[in-house]
Design a protein around this ligand. Structure first.
Ligand SMILES: NC(=O)c1ccc[n+]([C@@H]2O[C@H](COP(=O)([O-])OP(=O)(O)OC[C@H]3O[C@@H](n4cnc5c(N)ncnc54)[C@H](OP(=O)(O)O)[C@@H]3O)[C@@H](O)[C@H]2O)c1
Length: 244
């Protein structure tokens, strides 16, 4: 049995993780930690920590994991550049899986998006549309940003130079290089992402819709069992699924 600590355990994802981990034949819950609890009091009992708390909490979690030699699965999104830098610095000490989205379907969407961008070439305009529940704090979603990163990489562009967030007013004609990004919020939508490739005469749309958080929880637990067998380093769900 692999003992794990779930950080952010009272949240929407934390609750889904607790249920999925309790049912998992190879995992045991060594601790459930939320705001006000002390991760350092339970971390010694675990082989790995799964963090789905908040972006600003994750660097502290990573530093503690590095100090104790525990694998880390990062589920939080919306990190600042400083927070991302702090997380990357821990990769020499411990195995870290860091994914904007742990669903197998979305990771297949990542793969298909790269393939489609490579096949269709530069004549297609690229747009991303995402929708999430009304309580989501960051926008666009980490998954939408990861999709934009894949598209920009295929075209040898810097993602943040070419992202065009929403459009309003007299914005002029679309430029060839821009990647449109549109974040919708409402109701209880767990997570929808569509990548649109449009050129005169045809349009290809790749879409994924998550209807339950269980899919993220199952993927994150699969990542934990994979991570505890890896040497120190920074990995993604594409590594876990062998999609690289
Ligand atoms: N990678 C993926 O596949 C994936 C999928 C879904 C969500 N996410 C991400 O996972 C994160 C959590 O999402 P969620 O919908 O579960 O959010 P949530 O319902 O707000 O849950 C977060 C939980 O963490 C707690 N928390 C906040 N700061 C903390 C800290 N410093 N130490 C310990 N616990 C802390 C929160 O407490 P309070 O409520 O008291 O603040 C809350 O109980 C978000 O960043 C979200 O974008 C990732």
């Amino acid at each position: 049995m692999t003992p794990i600590v779930i950080h952010g355990s009272k949240g929407r994802m934390g609750q889904a993780l607790l249920v999925a981990a309790a049912r998992h034949p190879e995992l045991e819950i060594a601790g459930a930690v939320d705001l006000g609890d002390r991760l350092d009091a339970v971390i010694a009992r675990a082989a790995a920590v799964v963090d789905f708390s908040a972006h600003d909490a994750t660097p502290g979690v990573a530093a503690l994991c590095a100090r104790h030699g525990k694998a880390l699965v990062i589920g939080t999104t919306g990190h600042t550049a400083d927070e991302s830098g702090a997380l990357r610095r821990c990769q020499s000490a411990i195995p870290i899986v860091w994914a904007a989205n742990y669903s197998t379907g979305v990771n297949t969407l990542f793969w298909l998006t790269r393939k489609a961008a490579e096949i269709l070439g530069p004549d297609f305009d690229l747009e991303i549309v995402e929708m999430h529940h009304r309580l989501k704090k960051d926008a666009p979603s980490g998954t939408a940003l990861a999709l934009a990163e894949i598209l920009a990489h295929v075209r040898s562009l810097q993602r943040d130079d070419v992202l065009r967030h929403g459009r309003s007013g007299l914005v002029g004609e679309r430029t060839a290089h821009e990647i449109g990004m549109h974040a919708l919020r409402g109701g209880d939508v767990v997570g929808d992402h569509t990548v649109i490739f449009a050129t005169p005469g045809e349009r290809l749309e790749l879409a994924h819709k998550a209807s339950s958080r269980d899919t993220f929880a199952r993927g994150a637990l699969r990542a934990v069992l994979w991570a505890v067998r890896q040497p120190p380093g920074l990995y993604t769900m594409q590594d876990v699924l062998g999609l690289k």
